[in-house]
Design a protein around this ligand. Structure first.
Ligand SMILES: Cc1ncc(COP(=O)(O)O)c(C=O)c1O
Length: 411
């Protein structure tokens, strides 16, 4: 979270004073309005506010009908939750290398497509966009879906399109470490009506949204649902209901996120300005090479990445006075080798629910080993990410530029 203040306090107070804390039936419709405003901002038809980014990914996968017998291609560098969402629906994560942008390598996707592949999951890490043109082309050619994990890239874009809006569906996280936040939260984004309806069922197991499902289903027999355009959206669902969980959001979080969403463009503008100034300030310095971005204009990177020839140089640079850099290889559960439940094939709390034991998943690609994505490990150990903040003063920016230059001189 970069910015929070009086406006969020006012939003919280408004909801508490009204006594309308539950989204369903709320007179204030904070969550409903947030979903509408978010969908508009990202240019998608549907947005669903849920309890987290992981839940959003799960809801998207369930929305797409992913389950046992399916493989989902995921990069070796992402927070473990991307892979856990796949096992949560009974499918198998196929872990592939990233390229020198540290995003999923389209060539590796192509190599790993199999008759079982149902979804490609590009992850826009730290706000850097994936190579979506190549990924969409591969997906279309092989007739598989794309689910964008945009949990770390809320508001960023690729060639003019917002991240999360390019694939069949996208997922955002609003946990505390994200660009905008209400502490914990997430969102499903999609233009696909059926994916949306199924995501709604998943996140609201009690089907609280549906006033009289049976009656509506009866009404609809023989008719098309366009005939029900005058009904509120949740009463016009056409997909059959199934057992879900509970991942609804509260009006308090809805109200806070409406304020956070209004802050988004300002945060990104300032973040990009800070990044541009630092890049300009250190460009051409001997020994420094920026991490390549698939869309330097659209990326909403919260860090400035540098790539070095070897780990020794990277480590020396990272600890330079005032640099405050970090090597992604040290980022714990963002590196596939540290995804213990996946690497140890403990994909569920009950053995019969463990996708790695399921007969439908026999013969699928899950021969994991710590050295299976060596290129990723090499790139992650030669990269240094320097955190950025949109609220840095000119003095702090200049200090950062000087520190980076000094650390480069000392290499
Ligand atoms: C890339 C990525 N995917 C998924 C998630 C999961 O989001 P949440 O923590 O909101 O469940 C995160 C959260 O850090 C993430 O960084």
């Amino acid at each position: 979270m970069f910015r929070v203040g009086q406006e969020e306090i006012d939003a919280f107070t408004r909801v508490v004073n009204s006594g309308e804390l539950f989204r369903i039936g709320s007179k204030n419709q904070e969550v409903d309005n947030f979903e509408k405003e978010l969908a508009e901002k990202i240019s998608v038809d549907y947005a669903l506010f849920v309890t987290g980014g992981t839940t959003a990914l799960i809801a998207c996968l369930v929305g797409m009908g992913v389950g046992p017998g399916d493989e989902v291609i995921v990069p070796a560098y992402t927070f473990m939750a991307s892979a856990l969402a796949i096992t949560a629906v009974g499918a198998i994560p196929v872990i592939v290398d990233v390229d020198e942008t540290l995003m999923i390598d389209p060539k590796e996707i192509e190599k790993n497509i199999s008759p079982h592949t149902k979804v490609i999951m590009p992850v826009h890490m730290l706000g850097y966009p994936c190579d979506m043109d190549s990924i969409m082309e591969i997906a279309e050619r092989h007739n598989v879906y794309v689910l964008e994990d945009a949990c770390q890239a809320v508001g960023g874009s690729y060639k003019g399109r917002r991240l999360g809006s390019i694939g069949k569906a996208g997922a955002f996280s609003f946990n505390y470490f994200k660009i905008i936040s209400c502490g914990e939260g997430g969102a499903v984004l999609t233009n696909d009506r059926i994916v949306f309806e199924r995501a709604v069922y998943l996140h609201d197991g009690g089907s609280t949204f549906r006033k009289d499902y049976v009656q509506l289903a009866r009404d609809r027999q023989g008719g098309s649902y366009e005939e029900h355009e005058d009904f509120p959206i949740y009463e016009r669902f056409i997909t059959p209901v199934f057992a879900g969980i509970q991942a609804r959001q509260s009006e308090i979080n809805g109200a806070i996120m409406r304020v956070q969403l209004q802050r988004l463009d300002g945060i990104l503008e300032d973040l990009r300005k800070v990044k541009r100034q630092i890049m300009d300030g250190v460009s051409g310095v001997s020994g420094l090479k920026f991490l390549k971005s698939n869309d330097p204009e659209g990326d909403c990177s919260t860090h400035l990445g540098f790539i070095f020839e070897n780990e020794e140089l990277a480590r020396k640079f990272a600890i330079g006075k005032g640099v405050n850099g970090a090597l992604p290889i040290d980022s714990g559960r963002h590196v596939y080798t540290n995804w213990d439940p996946i690497m140890n094939k403990r994909g569920a709390g009950h053995p019969d629910m463990n996708p790695f034991n399921m007969p439908a998943n026999e013969g699928l690609k899950h021969n994991y080993s710590p050295d299976m994505c060596r290129r990723t490990l090499d790139l992650l150990s030669r990269t240094v990410n320097v955190p950025l903040n949109p609220d840095w003063t000119q003095e702090t920016i200049q200090h950062k530029i000087d520190s980076i230059k000094e650390a480069a001189r000392n290499l």
